[in-house]
Design a protein around this ligand. Structure first.
Ligand code: IVH
Length: 691
């Protein structure tokens, strides 16, 4: 029996789910409507708002029977503020539909052509800038400015005459030719970019609140009860339509704009076109010059130019059929974070990558977004399944700018850092206080192999001169080498190597000889070659000096490493984790098994023979870099300083030593040349005769 009726339950569950989603969207939209229209302080961007509204529209068209009675999708704006006198519009102030690309534009034009087909008319289009300000309706009675009303909810707006009167470019009295009983002009009040920046700069200097963007600044200015405040704000009015009192000989939208100009109104640039391609060209040109315009726009408005045809086409519930907004792609949108995947970088860092429900942001479909590191996930408070804001400005890579918490439902789950590397399954660590998690299998992990190989053979590491980076990478890609231990087994592939293009018998022999020779090394070089995070040449040297024995290093605890000069907690931890990895251990055992050896480290009797001395290194050294020289000096107990002073004990002067040498001579500082320095290092067992 239960089976028979289970579909009813299923249906019920499904409906309940859809209604929950609708309610979440409706509540969010209502909240944002209020913030935007009433408080002039939007909490999300237009693009984000539009993506929420679109999601609700999609649900409503898919499940029309579940549409909620209070859905904001068929309403414009919000209830007006009670502080202002409410005024009913003679003609409703409606909104515009949107198109976002050429296909949608073509579809919009096709719908118009289809509707007008019976009349065999092919309308001309008029294109304007879509100004990013606030719509207002102005009334002139017998040519004198009389009243200004906001759009409000489209039917009833607020009387803001006192503020609009202060706008500089607004004609207060029209020329005699416009002595008409009633003229209604609609247009946009906006704040030019330059004025906006100046206003915000000055507010910031006074420690007052700044506005998020010019449109909010314009809205905030118009919402003032005291006109003196609006008067001090750099506002401007641009007319875009004549809704009452247009002389009857004017029959087009472009004609109406010219008429407005003749009356002294400012209008934004406009054009006309007969084909979708012509409209597109206008749009693209405007998109190119957008940044140079003195005010902000968010697209182009495309209107049927003939006022008669506009009349024939009429209106849909909240927007005209004869016009649409061809919007620039929004730079922000909201979509669902479906899951998080972890990528392993070439140095072992784990980067979380968000998998998104694909969404168009800034004209590009985004389905993956980097979340940078585990710390960022915590900072954003992200959960898998969350709705997130995606931001992408210009060519900048998209990023998650926040979670839409009010959209969070039961279907979210926490995002955990993986315990093991998704590539090689070595342990993953997240050092305390750090944002970046890492794979500990540095020598083994395929994601890190290339980096590890190149470092291993480099001059200051194992110094395998005959095995160039190009060949190394080639062998890696051919699968001949996977880890650094495989380098010492290349000899088994000798015959195969000789058949490779660009490698003859001679070069293979040279290469193998170089590899063989590198087996004789020093402990510091070997430690450095392992590429342990945080272990550069000087730390490698200190480790070798301190422990003298490699096996002791492998066995040491993190605390043991803390007693080594220059090793802090993070490095101590990282060295310990490196040797703890069984994967790394296998590679190390193979290296030793292949015959990598070093002379026993001679720990000098005096642990720190240069103790108490301050050295300065200058000029070019021929046998080592300055950093290496510094590391040797420090290991011998000297302090190394960057500048010569009375406190300097010794100046190590390489080739082309300049002003430091002069200063040292002046101060009578002891000057040591490179050969003398090398002698000193050999005496203390830090260099052997063969280098
Ligand atoms: S015409 C019947 N022209 O866009 C619709 N509107 O989304 C008449 N807007 O509330 C609007 N520039 O605030 C029109 N050149 C322009 C416009 C424009 C900006 C705004 C206006 C309107 C909104 C519609």
């Amino acid at each position: 029996m239960t089976d028979l009726f289970s579909f009813i339950d299923d249906q019920h569950d499904q409906d309940a789910k859809i209604i929950t989603q609708m309610r979440l969207l409706i509540d969010a939209l209502k909240k944002h409507n209020h913030a935007y229209y009433v408080l002039d302080n939007p909490s999300i961007s237009d693009g984000e708002y539009d993506s929420l509204r679109q999601k609700l529209l999609d649900l409503e068209s898919q499940f029309p029977t579940l549409k909620q009675p209070d859905s904001p999708t068929d309403k414009v704006g919000d209830k007006p503020l009670p502080a202002f006198t409410q005024v009913m519009h003679d003609i409703a102030m409606l909104s515009l539909g949107n198109v976002f690309n050429f296909d949608e534009l073509t579809a919009f034009i096709r719908r118009i052509n289809d509707r007008l087909d019976s009349k065999n008319q092919h309308p001309e289009f008029e294109m304007e800038l879509k100004l990013d300000g606030l719509a207002v309706s102005l009334k002139y009675v017998h040519g004198v400015f009389h009243q200004a009303v906001t759009r409000g909810d489209g039917r009833v707006g607020e009387d803001i005459t006192h503020n609009v009167r202060t706008i500089r470019n607004l004609p207060q009295v029209l020329p005699a030719c416009a002595d008409i009983a009633l003229l209604e002009v609609r247009g946009e009040v906006l704040m030019p970019k330059a004025g906006f920046e100046k206003l915000n700069r000055e507010s910031a200097e006074r420690g007052e609140k700044t506005f998020a963007n010019p449109r909010n600044a314009a809205a905030g200015s118009l919402r003032q009860l005291n006109p003196a405040i609006a008067s001090a704000r750099p506002l401007a009015f641009f007319g875009y339509s004549v809704n009452q009192g247009l002389p009857s000989h004017i029959t087009t939208q472009s004609g109406a704009l010219e008429y407005l100009r003749s009356l002294g109104f400012e209008t934004a640039p406009f054009g006309t076109a007969a084909t979708p391609k012509g409209v597109q060209d206008f749009y693209e040109n405007i998109a190119k010059t957008r940044a140079d315009l003195p005010f902000e726009i968010d697209g182009v408005v495309v209107k049927v130019n003939s006022l008669d045809l506009q009349n024939d086409l009429g209106f849909l519930s909240r927007e005209p059929r004869w016009a649409t907004a061809y919007k620039f792609a929004a730079e922000s949108a909201i979509t669902r974070l479906v899951a998080v995947e972890w990528q392993v970088g070439r140095t072992g860092q784990l980067t979380p990558v968000g998998k998104l429900e694909p969404i168009n942001v800034g004209g590009v479909t985004v389905s993956n977004v980097t979340l940078h590191n585990f710390g960022e996930i915590g900072r954003l408070g992200l959960m898998a399944g969350d709705m997130v804001s995606i931001h992408r400005a210009g060519d900048v890579i998209p990023k998650v700018s926040g979670v839409v918490l009010e959209m969070r439902d039961g279907a979210v789950s926490p995002i955990h850092l993986p315990k093991t590397c998704p590539v090689c399954e070595s342990a993953v660590v997240l050092p305390e206080g750090e944002a970046l998690a890492r794979c500990t299998g540095g020598l083994y992990c395929p994601a890190q192999s290339k980096e590890a190989l190149v470092h291993f053979v480099s001059r200051r590491a194992m110094d395998i001169d005959g095995l160039g980076e190009q060949w190394l990478i080639k062998f890696f890609e051919m699968g001949l080498i996977r880890t650094v231990a495989d380098i010492y087994e290349l000899v088994q592939h000798q015959d195969h190597l000789m058949t490779l293009e660009g490698l003859g018998e001679k070069s293979v022999n040279n290469m193998l000889a170089a590899i063989e020779k590198s087996k004789n090394t020093t402990l510091p070089r070997f430690i450095f070659a392992l590429g342990i995070r945080g272990v550069g040449e000087s730390t490698a040297l200190n480790l070798a000096q301190h422990f003298a024995d490699f096996e002791a290093i492998r066995r040491a605890s993190a605390d043991d490493f803390l007693t080594v000069p220059d090793v802090g907690e993070i490095t101590a931890q990282s060295i310990h984790e490196f040797f703890q990895s069984t994967h790394n251990s296998e590679v190390i055992d193979r290296l030793l098994g292949a015959g990598v050896v070093w002379q026993a480290v001679q720990v000098s009797e005096a642990e720190a023979p240069l103790d108490g001395q301050t050295w300065v290194v200058t000029g070019t050294l021929s046998v080592m870099g300055r950093d290496e020289a510094k590391a040797h000096l420090q290991a011998l107990g000297a302090k190394v300083s960057g500048s010569v002073s009375a406190k300097t004990s010794v100046l190590l002067a390489g080739e082309k030593a300049g002003s430091k040498l002069d200063k040292a001579t002046q101060l009578g500082v002891n000057i040591v040349q490179e050969d003398e320095f090398v002698q000193l290092l050999m005496t203390h067992g830090r260099l052997s005769n063969d280098g």
